[in-house]
Design a protein around this ligand. Structure first.
Ligand code: MSP
Length: 531
């Protein structure tokens, strides 16, 4: 089994502040990275900012700033958000950094020298006012500029093209031979049917209509197309083509390392078709997996500033804490499918799973151990009856299915399994009625066993949720008295290790939220009244 891996998020455009959709992608990637580290893998986790392009040039001008000043300000906000969400990335790449610019220019030169890039003519729709070229789809049937709404004219400009035709067969073969490369599977079929089968045109990889980009060394009036610039971040950050290629060799080229890109469905085409072709052209190994997640929408519509329904993650984390927001993101919308954000579901999810189920289980258990056993968890004495045996079996099964699902990036399903264990353990308290056992001295062994099984399931649930509940899992362990070696993941396989722990009652892990008040609060965030 591979013991090293490299995982990336898309690099986000600093054209505006990040919203909850971006936080969704980065948080879920972080959950996976933390899970693998917990399992003993050496991980390199990359995120960053995609800073070039016409839109950024325009937004900067509108804000009266240079593009660099403009992106510097917005990227500060990225750092702040990832800090708030406890994102454990190992590096943060900005495409304006020298390490990136130089390599993108080298890559372009290499492709030009290989004859994979050639100079041709770009035909498209041109808007004189915006000085922008648009494709057929962008101009639409009425031939209107998507930015200013004025009519556009057909025009031609000199441009460089990447020869996709040269690589299309190799790409199809690669898809065939690597069925796990692009998941979910439906995304692969969509790529083949929508883009490849109808015939892929050569890709235009330069622009002359704006200047905020990386200039082509051989012909500096052109800047390199933002996607060729952006995609290569995944290897420039590792030191590809630099004086320090160690991480590139270790995390990308070495077949002992697994490489995984996480991305949203909106950018699948660039990652699944062009990126592999660019890598083939450079003679670099292709990534092992691309996992396409769905988009988080507002009820029935896309998030958009003009509709006043953008969820700003900053005030959300500030009010509800990092654990609640991370848990909501990981648990609510199945990773890989589209989903909706609603304030009601947000509050409901936290109350049901965290306050009522997990928090309550811990609280009840610690109180009972204090009351019946002076705060010391009784030792494990084996299977003494079927009820206890069932909880033991379920705990072991939960670990197995959690790991299988997590390894497949089915993060939501994996978390759901843990949630079911927690629910089962709560029910087990009602079934075993420890308060009744405590009244009968002959049932002491039963009572001991119940407390041990409860603490063991909380211990396992706490460990499995550690990648999500980055601060609450430590608080949970503190209350259970889990320290030292037991903080290592591998101990969850040893059933009964919680015997002898000294528990300590502390504050509720997750106080119950007042639904009416909090739904209103989140609506205020969405309306932009709280920042
Ligand atoms: N800069 C490019 C990516 C280059 S990667 C080499 C880009 N940036 S972006 O800022 O628009 O962010 C894209 C990613 O953010 C999406 O692929 C997705 O992962 C995430 N999301 C943006 N909006 C989202 C939602 N509404 N819901 C879920 N994820 C969303 O495209």
């Amino acid at each position: 089994m591979k013991k090293r891996f490299y995982i990336t998020t898309p690099i986000y455009y600093p054209s505006a502040k990040l919203h909850i959709g971006h936080a969704y992608c980065t948080t879920l990637t972080d959950v996976f990275a933390r899970y693998k580290r917990l399992r003993g893998f050496e991980c390199f986790f990359l995120t960053g900012a995609d800073e070039h392009g016409q839109k950024i040039e325009k937004n900067a001008a509108a804000a009266g700033k240079t593009p660099q000043e403009f992106v510097d300000g917005i990227v500060e906000g990225f750092y702040k958000l990832w800090d708030l969400l406890h994102i454990s990335n190992n590096d943060f790449i900005r495409t304006t950094q020298e390490r990136h610019v130089k390599v993108v220019q080298d890559i372009f030169s290499k492709m030009l020298a290989n004859d994979d890039i050639y100079l041709g003519k770009y035909k498209g729709w041109y808007c004189k006012e915006c000085e922008a070229f648009w494709t057929d789809t962008q101009a639409g049937p009425d031939h209107i500029c998507p930015d200013c709404g004025r009519p556009v004219q057909t025009a031609e400009e000199e441009a460089y093209f990447f020869k996709t035709s040269k690589y299309v067969d190799r790409l199809m073969k690669f898809f065939d031979e690597n069925p796990k490369f692009l998941v979910p599977e439906s995304r692969k079929n969509e790529m083949i049917n929508t883009f490849i089968k109808p015939g892929l045109e050569d890709l235009c990889v330069s622009r002359t209509s704006f200047s905020w980009g990386i200039p082509i060394r051989e012909n500096p009036k052109h800047v390199i197309y933002v996607w060729l610039d952006a995609l290569t971040n995944y290897i420039t950050a590792l030191g590809y083509d630099s004086e320090h290629p160690e991480n590139f060799e270790k995390f990308w080229q070495d077949p002992e390392s697994e490489t995984i890109h996480i991305l949203g469905a909106d950018i699948t085409r660039f990652h699944a078709i062009y990126w592999p072709m660019f890598l083939m052209s450079l003679g670099v190994r292709l990534p092992d997996r691309e996992f396409v997640h769905g988009l988080l929408m507002m009820k029935d519509s896309k998030m958009s500033k003009s509709k006043g329904n953008v969820v700003d993650p900053y005030p959300l984390v500030e009010r509800y804490g990092v654990d609640a927001v991370r848990y909501y993101l990981a648990r609510e919308v199945s990773f890989g499918s589209d989903g909706n954000f609603t304030p009601e579901q947000f509050v409901e999810r936290i109350n049901t799973d965290l306050a009522n189920a997990l928090g309550n289980l811990l609280n009840r258990t610690v109180s009972m151990i204090n009351k019946y056993f002076d705060g010391v968890v009784p030792e494990y004495k084996g299977r003494i009856n079927d009820v206890d045996g069932n909880l033991e079996d379920l705990t072991k099964l939960t670990i197995e299915s959690y790991e299988r699902l997590m390894d497949d990036l089915k993060i939501t399903d994996a978390i759901t399994q843990v949630n079911e264990l927690v629910n089962r353990a709560n029910k087990y308290i009602d079934e075993t009625e420890p308060w009744a056992l405590a009244k009968d001295p002959e049932k002491k062994a039963n009572l001991e066993s119940v407390m041990l099984h409860l603490t063991n399931s909380i211990y396992v649930a706490g460990m499995l949720l550690k990648p999500v509940l980055v601060t609450a899992s430590d608080k949970l362990f503190e209350q259970l008295g889990v320290t030292g070696d037991l903080l290592n993941y591998d101990n969850i396989y040893k059933y009964g290790v919680t015997g002898g722990l000294k528990v300590e009652k502390k504050d509720q892990l997750f106080p119950r939220l007042d639904a009416a008040v909090e739904v209103q609060y989140i609506q205020d965030i969405m309306a932009g009244n709280i920042k």
